[in-house]
Design a protein around this ligand. Structure first.
Ligand code: SDX
Length: 434
């Protein structure tokens, strides 16, 4: 990776008159950065940026987002083009290896992933410890974390081959484990992967096939699943990706790092929003009540937020949401499904985007706003929506982890703080504490 220094920023302490030059580093596209790595040593001060709204945590070449114009590129390719013309394993290859594969590379990668989709038979016993009504994201945290026990000895992360094998295992096994979590909640038997199927077809088959009859594969659903996986694959240094990077920066087992990412993604402010959007649409019920919920979303004293709206980076349309809205119409039409929730969602989007509160704060629908409607049409319960997100994002997480691990400048992540607690004070024995 190449960084080019271009110019600097002067920093002056107005109390002492001291000043320092902070180097500026340009990336290939987007904002340059002010390099503050030596700031504490030079000034005795930390930077302060809770939530990292203006802080770059790393250098990366995987994904670029322009939030002002609603652009999302994976290794330079626009997400709209990849969603339209590519397939998920091709995007996984792109994220992991830097460019789209040629025919030979694609065939080899698809074959490798296909032959890693089975999990150790012992994994099935981990499910037995969960109640049948356990949230599938809780199961994913547990079972994916348990994978670290199966591969700890063979995962020397300083060995490039071991890093590649760990990446392939995670991309390959996540749909299998996700489908097992769903089947367990239904009390139905697990399905083994079928090597004759594509990645998306295999996922659908493991989710919905039952031993008593042949599963009829719907090309429309397979295409919709593949597109959903592409749209959720990676997204710069979001909360769960930053969690994986921070966990991985200590040299931890990559399977355990992915489990940490799953935990972070589960939150309703992040990947859990797709489940929360459907619950919100069901609570709104009909368009007559939209105004009531918009009012609540605007009320600073009401903790309610309009799920599926807003984004830390996008201050324009989330390009993924636009592709998903189109996909919604295609899937519902192809399935002959009339889902009033789609009409309700589109009416909610229309009303919200006319409201000054949303317009002023650039609160547009994000990736989670429409995805749930497609997943519901596929026959998945809302509790499985974030699981799908985790299956797709595992590719982004492990590609980011691999990039970090292979970055020669990488150090363990260890942020500092603004301390506002008590200064040194003497210990008081219990008898003197009143
Ligand atoms: C994902 O980071 C990523 O890339 C994430 C993701 C990915 O692919 O990895 O894109 C996936 O997580 C998408 C986001 C899914 N989350 C939701 O849909 C939950 C609802 N959205 C909000 O919680 C919120 O918009 C966030 C968390 C997404 C972003 O929050 P920020 O950037 O910290 O913004 P903020 O909380 O500072 O809000 C700014 C203002 C505030 O009002 P004021 O204090 O200025 O008056 O906007 C308001 C907020 O109250 N606001 C909302 C709102 N989102 C922000 N008000 C009502 N409803 C909302 N949804």
């Amino acid at each position: 990776m190449t960084q080019t220094n271009s110019g600097s920023f002067s920093l002056t302490n107005n109390r002492t008159g001291e000043s320092w030059d902070l180097p500026v580093i340009d990336g290939s596209v987007g904002p340059s950065v002010i390099d503050v790595r030596r700031l504490y040593g030079q000034t005795g001060h930390f930077t302060y940026d809770p939530g990292f709204t203006s802080t770059g945590s790393c250098e990366s070449g995987l994904t670029y987002i322009d939030g002002e114009t609603g652009v999302l590129l994976h290794r330079g390719y626009p997400i709209e083009d990849l969603a339209e013309h590519s397939h998920f394993l091709e995007v996984a290859y792109l994220l992991l290896y830097g460019d789209l594969p040629n025919r030979e590379q694609s065939d080899e990668f698809v074959n490798t992933i296909t032959y890693h989709t089975m999990v150790h038979e012992q994994i099935t016993t981990f499910f037995r410890g969960f109640r049948r009504d356990a949230h599938p994201m809780a199961i994913m945290c547990g079972v994916v974390g348990a994978l670290s026990a199966f591969y700890h000895d063979s995962t020397d992360i300083t060995d490039p081959h071991a890093r590649t094998v760990a990446s392939h295992r995670l991309v390959a096994k996540m749909p299998t484990i996700a489908a097992m979590a769903f089947k367990y909640s239904l009390g139905q038997p697990f399905n083994y992967p079928q090597n004759r199927l594509t990645y998306a077809e295999n996922f659908l088959h493991m989710l919905f096939a039952v031993p008593t009859q042949t599963y009829e594969m719907s090309p429309v659903l397979a295409r919709a699943m593949d597109r959903l996986l592409i749209l959720h694959a990676d997204h710069e240094q979001n909360a769960s990706t930053s969690t994986v990077r921070l966990a991985g920066s200590s040299g931890a087992n990559p399977f355990a790092c992915i489990a940490a990412g799953i935990a972070s993604l589960w939150g309703p402010a992040h990947g859990g929003a797709n489940e929360a959007v459907l619950n919100m649409l069901n609570e709104i019920g009909n368009r007559d009540r939209i105004g009531e919920f918009v009012k609540r979303a605007k009320d600073p004293d009401d903790p309610f937020r309009m799920m599926g709206f807003g984004h830390r980076v996008y201050k324009n349309h989330d390009p993924r949401a636009r592709v998903l809205m189109q996909s919604c119409h295609e899937v519902l039409e192809a399935l002959g499904v009339e889902d009033p929730l789609l009409d309700l969602a589109m009416e909610l989007e229309r009303i919200a985007l006319e409201d000054e509160y949303f317009v002023q704060r650039n609160l547009y629908p994000n990736v989670d706003f429409y995805s749930g409607i497609i997943l519901k049409a596929m026959g998945l319960p809302t509790s499985m929506f974030t699981v799908l997100f985790a299956v797709a994002r595992t590719t982004g997480w492990i590609a980011q982890w691999k990039e970090m691990t292979e970055d020669p400048t990488q150090k363990i992540g260890r942020p500092r703080q603004l301390y506002t607690g008590p200064d040194r004070r003497a210990f008081r024995p219990l008898a003197d504490r009143g």
